[in-house]
Design a protein around this ligand. Structure first.
Ligand code: PHE
Length: 338
């Protein structure tokens, strides 16, 4: 009787308590085990009665054990193991690459001015990368861009190479589309240069082309000025310096004022306060002729700018190599955009 009282009154706060209970009452060496041993010595006429009591005790103990186990488990779930007030583990989603973000922004700005987006091959022939763009054979201008050659051929297009600029898409577009043509052409380009913070063997450009009747140099300047204001803010200033490209005449380098970073610490701006963002000019008559367009009837402007450079100015990134190293710590910082 007293054992039965003990069993029913037992409470367990921890798993340890529960184990104590099991050892004490249920296991073979526990109190019940001992009583069953004693039962063997009891005279036959009392055995039936005593056995019945013992079985009841055993059932009570086992029932209690099951009950305590369940109680412990359910209280563990609600109080100790799970804290429902904790914020959930965030889902890590990817984000767009900074160069892609910049490319999208550039496209957005020019699309509003009526520019389409066009595309061309990265593996190109000499004709589209050089000859049609008015690079004379053996002209030093070809060496200005250290070309990766893939294959020497004598077929129609000449040598096969990795395009050194996106200007090849100007030719591809004008060959198949008559003016008016107004397009921007983003893409990857390749040059045989040693990799450093400021140079890479591949990078990205956006080419711009507008060919129609009466397109003037003033249109070129205002278009790029509008772009710079949209991209960097309305206080930006634009500067044009005379330059040379075989496929434009006249040609210019386009600089903008360095609004974001100044002084020696700023790798892209240096100390002058100006930073170059594009090469540009009026499409050379020979280029139009090479594409079957009459330069007496049509004129046009073209420009080419580096997407890395625009991105560097936008996000103050000092090292070009970061864009292609796939370091997650770098890439994650552009998460909120997009
Ligand atoms: N293709 C030139 C470069 O890579 C840039 C450019 C494009 C200049 C269009 C003028 C007109 O440097």
């Amino acid at each position: 009787k007293s054992l039965l009282n003990e069993v029913t009154a037992f409470t367990a706060k921890t798993k340890q308590d529960l184990e104590t209970f099991r050892l004490k009452y249920i296991s073979r060496k526990g109190a019940l085990g001992d009583l069953f041993e004693e039962l063997k010595q009891i005279p036959a006429e009392q055995k039936k009665q005593a056995g019945k009591i013992l079985n009841e005790l055993k059932q009570a103990a086992e029932g209690k054990f099951a009950e305590l186990t369940q109680l412990l488990e359910s209280s563990a779930q609600t109080t100790t193991d799970i804290d429902l007030t904790l914020p959930s583990v965030p889902n890590k989603v990817g984000n767009l690459h900074p160069l892609t973000l910049t490319k999208y922004r550039i496209i957005e700005i020019f699309e509003r001015l009526g520019f389409n987006v066009a595309d061309g091959p990265e593996i190109e022939d000499d004709w589209h990368n050089f000859s049609a763009l008015n690079f004379p054979p053996d002209h030093p201008a070809r060496e200005m861009q250290d070309t990766f050659f893939i294959e020497k051929t004598n077929k129609e297009g000449g040598d096969v190479l990795l395009r050194t600029h996106t200007s090849n898409v100007q030719i591809r577009l004008l060959e198949k589309q008559k003016p008016p043509v107004r397009a921007i052409m983003p893409g990857r380009v390749y040059r045989n240069e040693a990799i450093s913070a400021r140079a890479h063997c591949f990078f990205h450009q956006v080419e711009g082309l507008y060919v129609d009747r009466n397109v003037s140099f003033a249109d070129l300047k205002q278009t790029l000025f509008h772009f710079a204001k949209e991209m960097y803010g309305k206080d930006i200033k634009l500067r044009l310096r005379p330059s040379f490209f075989p496929f434009t005449e006249p040609s210019a380098e386009i600089d903008v004022t360095c609004l974001i970073c100044k002084g020696e610490g700023c790798v892209v701006c240096k100390r002058s306060g100006w930073v170059e963002i594009a090469g540009a000019g009026m499409v050379h008559p020979n280029v139009l002729r090479n594409c079957g367009i009459d330069p007496e009837e049509f004129t046009g402007f073209a420009f080419g700018m580096g997407i890395e450079r625009v991105t560097q100015l936008r996000y103050q990134v000092n090292d070009l190599r970061l864009y292609s190293e796939n370091d997650i710590r770098f890439l994650r910082q552009f998460h909120t955009e997009g």
